[in-house]
Ligand binder design. Structure first.
Ligand code: ZN
Length: 177
């Protein structure tokens, strides 16, 4: 398959699997996946179609009940291992999963660190532009600071995305009281 077809196949698959899901602030979930895949694609110094495919699929196992076997059959082993590496263990409590993201950040493979960074940028942007209705200032601040701790733990962050993350993080202080 041509790289462009591969990426569109992933977009199509993700759109189907996340069809009924919304983000915390109400936007369609697929917007998040398109944003993450786009951020990853713009930050790469060399083409890596599998990484863009994995960016589209990064929440399919965690949030859409897709199995690793299903991903391997359709997208291959490389894509599946990238997605697995960025997938939280849902059998753990939320607090523990958040702590583990900080602990695991330095050990992630360089490619997966790029997805992780793009994911965090997208998550912070959505809190800025479309905050969940029931989140007060403290809750947002805590979320931003947790995201920053994960990103600060990355051992090989993509420089373009790291700059964009810092810019996004700074905006919190500017728009909040
Ligand atoms: Zn995500």
């Amino acid at each position: 398959m041509e790289p462009v077809q591969q990426v569109l196949d992933a977009a199509h698959f993700a759109a189907e699997k996340h069809a009924n899901q919304k983000r915390k602030g109400g936007e369609p979930f697929i917007n998040h996946l398109i944003e993450v895949a786009h951020l990853v694609s713009t930050a790469l110094s060399e083409p890596d179609a599998n990484l863009v495919v994995a960016a589209f699929l990064h929440d399919t196992i965690e949030d859409a009940g897709v199995t690793a076997a299903e991903l391997t059959e359709r997208f291959g082993q490389d894509v599946t291992s990238l997605v697995l590496e960025v997938t939280d263990d849902k059998s753990l409590r939320k607090k523990e999963r958040k702590r583990l993201q900080i602990e695991h950040a330095p050990k992630l493979s360089v490619r997966v660190q790029t997805i992780k960074l793009a994911d965090k940028i997208s998550n912070l942007r959505s809190i800025l532009s479309n905050p969940p209705a029931n989140w007060d200032y403290e809750r947002k601040k805590k979320y931003f600071d947790w995201g920053k701790r994960v990103v600060d733990g990355l051992s090989a962050p993509n420089p373009i995305l790291k700059t964009e993350f810092e810019r996004t993080y700074q905006r919190f202080g500017e728009v909040q009281p």
